[in-house]
Design a protein around this ligand. Structure first.
Ligand SMILES: NC(=O)c1ccc[n+]([C@@H]2O[C@H](COP(=O)([O-])OP(=O)(O)OC[C@H]3O[C@@H](n4cnc5c(N)ncnc54)[C@H](O)[C@@H]3O)[C@@H](O)[C@H]2O)c1
Length: 332
C-alpha cells in the first residue's frame, strides 16, 4: 500500500517512522507547510519523497490512504478532500473539533466505502489490551466504575483546552473497555493559569448499564500522573502508565466481601476479603506500530478497525458536552 502523511510537526514523525518500518507500506510521501519539517524528515529518511503542497498527496492516484497529523481545526477539510479523492483516512485524535463535523465525516466515508481510523493510540497499548483480555476471561466480574487521572504541567502553548488535549486518551480507553456509550455526561472545570482556557477539569459519566466514570485532566500538576482504576464486582484494577512493565497493571482480588451469605443479623458488619494480587503480563509491541498495522490490515481486508470513526465520533460528542457544561458554570 502507498501512504501519504500530512503534518509532520511534533507527532507526525512518529507516524512516518512506523509506516516506514511496516513492510505492508510500499511507498511513503509526506507533506508539511513548513519547509524545515520537510528537511527534518528528508535527513532521517532520504528515500521518502516530501512536498510542501498537500494536494500533491491528495491527488496522487497511486496513494491508497492519507494520514492526517495536523491541528484539529484542519482535520475535517483535509479528510473530506482525501475521501473525495477515494483515499482511506487515518486522522489523529480528536477526530474533529465538533460533533456535527465528526458525523459528517463518518457518513461521508461510509457512503464512499472508505475506512476511517482515529489516532486513539491507547486502544493499542499493551496495558489496555491486557485489561480487556482479563475482563473477557471473566475473573473481574461485572464492571462498575472507571476512574482516571491524567495530569501534568503544561502545555507549552494552549490553542485547545485541557479537556480536548488530554481527555481523548482516557475516553477512548473507557469506551473500548466498557463497550457502550454514556447517556449522562457532566463536567466541572476551571481556568487557573491559562487565562480563560480550562486547565483543570473533571468529567462525570453514567452509562445505560448504570456503570459510572470519572476522568480528571489537568495542566496544573508538576507530577506527571497517568493512572486508571477500574472497580469491578470481584476486585479492582490499578493501571499506572508511569510504572515499569511488571508493575503497570495490577488486579486486586479483594474488597468488601459481599459474596458470602451473611446471616441477616450480621449484615451490618462489613467483611473485607483479602485475595490474590495479579500482576498482568503485558503483550509485546509498540502501540503505534500496532495501530499502524491495524490500519493497513483494515484496508487490505476491508474491516472496521477498533479505533473506527464511530468511537472517534463518540469521543468528540463527550468532549463537546463536557466543554459546554464547563462553560455554563464558569469557575474561572
Ligand atoms: N496520538 C497521540 O498520542 C498524539 C500526540 C500528540 C499529538 N497528537 C495529535 O496529532 C495532531 C497534530 O499534533 P502536533 O502536536 O503534532 O501538532 P504540531 O502543530 O506540532 O504539528 C502540526 C503540523 O501540521 C502542519 N500543517 C498544518 N496544516 C497543514 C496542511 N494543510 N498541510 C500540510 N501540513 C499542515 C504544520 O505545519 C505542523 O508542522 C493533533 O490532532 C494532535 O491532537 C496525537
Amino acid at each position: 500500500m502507498n501512504i501519504g502523511i500530512i503534518g509532520i510537526g511534533y507527532w507526525g514523525p512518529n507516524l512516518v517512522r512506523n509506516f516506514y518500518n511496516n513492510p505492508k507500506c510500499k511507498k511513503l510521501k509526506v507533506s508539511d507547510l513548513r519547509p524545515g519539517r520537510l528537511e527534518y524528515i528528508k535527513n532521517l529518511f532520504p528515500d521518502i519523497s516530501v512536498t510542501a503542497n498537500p494536494n500533491e498527496l491528495l491527488e496522487d492516484k497511486e496513494i491508497d490512504a492519507i494520514v492526517i497529523a495536523t491541528p484539529v481545526t484542519t482535520h475535517k477539510s483535509l479528510a473530506l478532500d482525501a475521501l473525495r479523492n477515494k483515499k482511506h483516512v487515518f486522522i489523529e485524535k480528536p477526530l474533529t473539533d465538533n460533533y456535527d463535523d465528526a458525523c459528517e465525516l463518518v457518513d461521508f466515508a461510509k457512503a464512499r466505502e472508505k475506512i476511517i481510523a482515529v489516532g486513539h493510540i491507547f486502544q493499542f497499548a499493551s496495558s489496555v489490551t491486557a485489561i480487556k483480555n482479563f475482563i473477557n476471561e471473566g475473573k473481574p466480574g461485572e464492571l462498575f466504575h472507571f476512574n482516571s487521572q491524567r495530569i501534568n504541567l503544561g502545555p507549552p502553548h494552549a490553542s485547545i483546552n485541557v479537556v480536548w488535549d488530554l481527555a481523548p486518551h482516557d475516553l477512548s480507553i473507557l469506551l473500548y473497555l466498557f463497550d457502550e456509550y454514556p447517556n449522562k455526561i457532566n463536567a466541572f472545570g476551571e481556568s487557573r493559569w491559562w487565562n480563560g482556557i480550562t486547565d483543570n477539569a473533571h468529567i462525570f459519566m453514567e452509562f445505560p448499564s448504570k456503570r459510572t466514570a470519572h476522568i480528571h485532566i489537568s495542566w496544573l500538576s508538576s507530577n506527571k500522573t497517568r493512572k486508571i482504576m477500574l472497580f469491578c464486582s470481584n476486585g479492582n484494577f490499578e493501571y499506572d502508565e508511569t510504572k515499569n512493565e511488571d508493575d503497570r497493571v495490577i488486579f486486586y482480588d479483594k474488597g468488601v466481601d459481599n459474596r458470602i451469605n451473611h446471616k441477616e443479623s450480621e449484615k451490618t458488619k462489613l467483611q473485607y476479603g483479602v485475595g490474590e494480587i495479579t500482576k498482568l503480563i503485558l503483550p509485546k509491541g509498540e502501540p503505534l506500530a500496532l495501530e499502524v498495522d491495524t490500519f493497513l490490515d483494515s484496508i487490505k481486508y476491508n474491516m472496521e478497525p477498533r479505533n473506527n470513526g464511530e468511537i472517534g465520533k463518540e469521543v468528540v460528542r463527550i468532549l463537546e458536552i463536557a466543554s459546554s457544561a464547563i462553560k455554563e458554570k464558569v469557575y474561572a
